[in-house]
Design a protein. Structure first.
Length: 267
């Protein structure tokens, strides 16, 4: 049986769990506590030297990067049914798989500038925070995390994130005007690629980023939540009290975030 190393609330882990649930595949799951630093365990880093989740091990084959894992699972065990069959829709889907990297960076910024920042500042000393930052392997990501902790929503990385999200939301709104799903008339890999990122913003109480200006995204997210796979991949790993706490923590920043977002929309 394939083995998945994942984090309960990790957006990239959610992407792979959503794919597994859509296909109906069984797997052995090993949850890593990312706050505790399980991802830095030497045994795990031999599988994933970047010390991130998820990692899939299937018959000795080690796979990393969530979008690649999702496409592998679909092609290997699902006859590629989650990939659209027309060349135009396949190209569009592959572009969304690539753009999910930009979405990931943006949602990382929004998360660590708000709810995660609040929790860290309340529970860690300055020395402990710096120790956490120094464990990040990539020096650019390290500097980014330090800046987000220091400046919150005023960070330049948040401005960058909102600009990227504006472009992503504009394109999602346009495509969803023509099709029910980002993948076309049928749910597919493009929807799986974007689902965790929009869901994270929603869980942080940041649905105001699209509710007024990009309403079709709300309809798309509601349809996603109605799929049985959503409960399996998302809700099963996020207890109700955690979900409520996360939304409350993120929503506390809504007034300040609204100012920044309106500035981006006006550009």
């Amino acid at each position: 049986m394939m083995k998945l190393y994942h984090g309960p609330t990790s957006v990239c882990s959610q992407k792979v769990r959503l794919t597994l649930a859509e296909i109906g595949l069984d797997y052995e799951g090993t949850e890593l506590n990312l706050q505790r630093g399980d991802q830095f365990d030497p045994d795990y880093m031999r599988l994933n030297p970047e010390a991130v989740v998820p990692t899939l091990v299937d018959a000795g084959l080690v796979l990393v990067e969530s979008s690649l894992i999702a496409e592998y699972l679909d092609k290997t065990y699902n006859k590629g049914r989650l990939m659209p069959q027309t060349l135009a829709l396949e190209a569009r889907t592959r572009l969304w798989l690539l753009r999910s990297l930009t979405a990931h960076a943006a949602i990382n910024s929004m998360s660590f500038a708000t709810a995660m920042r609040d929790r860290v500042l309340k529970t860690k000393s300055a020395e402990e925070i710096e120790e956490m930052v120094l464990r990040i392997l990539d020096p650019v990501h390290r500097d980014k995390r330090r800046d987000l902790y220091e400046h919150g929503l005023a960070s330049v990385y948040v401005t960058q994130a909102l600009r990227h999200l504006r472009r992503i939301f504009d394109d999602m709104q346009e495509q969803l005007a023509a099709d029910t799903w980002l993948s076309g008339p049928k749910f597919g890999l493009a929807d799986i690629a974007l689902a965790p990122y929009v869901d994270r913003l929603d869980r942080l109480g940041m649905d105001g980023l699209w509710s007024g200006s990009h309403p079709r995204i709300g309809d798309w997210l509601a349809a996603l939540k109605d799929r049985p796979s959503y409960a399996v991949a998302f809700d099963a790993f996020i207890p109700e009290d955690m979900a409520a706490s996360q939304r409350q923590a993120g929503a506390a920043h809504a007034p300040e975030l609204r100012v920044y977002w309106q500035s981006i929309l006006a550009q």
